[in-house]
Design a protein around this ligand. Structure first.
Ligand code: ADP
Ligand code: MG
Length: 475
């Protein structure tokens, strides 16, 4: 039989598949493409540097065994990094890293300048009058990786966070920017990374701070004429975690000082971790030079967790609190509270409280009441992603088809319906709807809304679509 890169890799895969979890296989091995085979060297293409680092970190032994089985003792693996969908605006590049070489290289030693132990150093965390030399990390140990449940919605962010925690400053994710909507776990992951680093590297100075507090400290330092001390303090930190950087919007002084601190830390191989409620491209009133730095490392999105993940989050929380609750109730709550983990937890807590105060059993009826309050109080808004999903499912096509540039009539109609419902059910602007549904402009969205209005008054079949979808979306 002809031995090709493909055949060798296929055999490796079937061996690997038998030896790891299906989810891990899917995440880390399915995306790999075998590219070529020369002598005993198999070249495989991986989608990012992160991917390559992850494979080397976790699966190098398995890969080696599989490859030696196929190609004999002097088998070699060559990674080709091909970034197709890059995060940020880095140009795609191809880099070859022979695995054999890399394994000989010890973790890169970074020369860190001797810390300046000047007694004058002002620590903005010091309450005046209290001497405090050690920098307290301000971390919350209750937010750790163990209790941050993994799901498709957070896998990238969680894995990247763990990679950073294993080698702070030593991966290509610097800065690591975690972004996503309210209550999806940004603060939790940010702490978890810090907690893990403190655990692994107790000698490292880790600092967690909200962007808001950072801003206040900065303003204070300007008032007191201690701006240099402020900068100096932050430049001494090994791992700086800043939560909710969107707060820097429009604050040019704070942005400027953060820019200098960031550069210093980055140049010295220190790790910076940021969170934000938006992707860098969508951040408003943040200087370009800062935005471009945010994109240097990795931006990982936290999405809304799927139903299974929501159920596991709830179960885990109940388990930790030592509370038992029937499965159908857990599922009812998880089914109805979708977009925010904090609300999900809130509903469960409220349910427990109600049942214990009133000495009532937790029943489906009680759950319904509680959920109703939560859902009402928070003005549930369907997301544009959700609308696209529902519309594509209804017409039995993929979301990517719905978004594609094609002019096929039924696809165009589906896309117009998605735009129409996005306008109807969300507060998003026409421009924002357009950019989320296949990168169209606001005029296209406006046209879509008009077309749907017209068609539903003239075309019976079309009216049925609108009615069905309205029902599905308002459930
Ligand atoms: P954000 O900072 O994004 O607004 P938080 O980090 O404050 O969100 O998370 C809100 C709540 O949801 C926290 O109590 C957090 O522990 C919990 N949470 C979010 N995601 C998860 C998860 N995947 N597993 C467990 N708990 C989670
Ligand atoms: Mg937060």
């Amino acid at each position: 039989m002809n031995v090709t890169a493909q055949s060798v890799w296929d055999n490796c895969l079937s061996f690997i598949k038998d030896n790891i979890q299906p989810q891990a296989y899917k995440t880390w091995f399915e995306p790999i493409k075998p590219v070529k085979l020369t002598n005993k060297a198999l070249s495989i293409q991986v989608p990012s540097k992160f991917f390559y680092e992850w494979l080397e970190e976790h699966y190098v032994k398995l890969l080696k065994v599989a490859l030696v089985k196929e190609l004999g003792n002097n088998a070699r693996l060559v990674y080709i990094i091909k970034m197709e969908n890059t995060y940020g605006n880095k140009k795609p590049f191809t880099e070859k890293i022979p695995s054999a070489n890399r394994s000989n290289v010890k973790a890169q030693e970074i020369d860190v300048p001797i810390k300046n132990k000047s007694p004058e150093l002002k620590n903005p965390f010091i309450i005046p009058g209290i001497r405090n030399v050690k920098i307290e990390s301000q971390l919350n140990p209750n937010y750790n990786f163990d209790n941050f449940l993994e799901g498709d919605s957070n896998r990238l962010a969680r894995s990247a966070g763990m990679a950073v925690a294993n080698k702070p400053g030593g991966t290509s994710f610097n800065p690591l920017l975690i972004f996503g909507g309210v209550g999806l776990g940004k603060t939790h992951i940010a702490h978890a990374i810090g907690v893990e680093i403190k655990d692994k590297y107790p000698e490292k100075t880790v600092l967690y701070i909200s962007a808001e507090k950072f801003t206040q400290q900065y303003i204070e330092s300007v008032k007191k004429n201690t701006r240099n001390d402020f900068i100096h303090f932050y430049q001494l930190i090994d791992v700086l975690i800043i939560d909710d950087v969107q707060f820097f919007s429009g604050k040019s002084g704070t942005q400027d000082v953060f820019f200098h601190i960031f550069n210093h830390l980055h140049q010295n191989g220190k790790q910076v971790i940021l969170t934000s409620d938006k992707a860098p491209v969508d951040m408003q009133d943040i200087e370009q030079r800062l935005l471009s730095r945010f994109k240097w490392g990795l931006s990982a999105e936290l999405q809304t967790p799927d139903f299974e993940t929501r159920v596991s989050i709830v179960k885990n929380k109940l388990y930790r609190d030592g509370v038992e609750m029937p499965n159908d109730i857990i599922e009812y709550v998880a089914k109805n509270i979708k977009s925010n983990v904090r609300e999900l937890e809130g509903a469960i807590i409220s349910l427990i409280a109600q049942s214990s105060f009133n000495k009532k059993e937790v029943t489906i009826d009680l759950a319904k009441q509680v959920v109703e309050k939560f859902v009402k109080n928070t003005k549930r808004e369907v997301s544009i992603d959700y609308i696209q999903k529902v519309v594509s499912d209804y017409f039995q096509m993929d979301v990517s088809t719905l978004q594609s540039k094609t002019r096929k009539r039924h696809i165009v109609q589906a896309r117009q319906l998605a735009m129409f419902f996005a306008k109807k059910f969300t507060k998003a602007s026409l421009a924002s709807i357009g950019s989320q549904i296949g990168k169209r402009d606001h005029a296209t969205v406006l046209h879509a809304c008009k077309t749907v209005d017209n068609l539903s008054s003239t075309d019976k079949q079309f009216r049925k679509y609108v009615e069905d979808l309205t029902k599905k979306l308002s459930l």
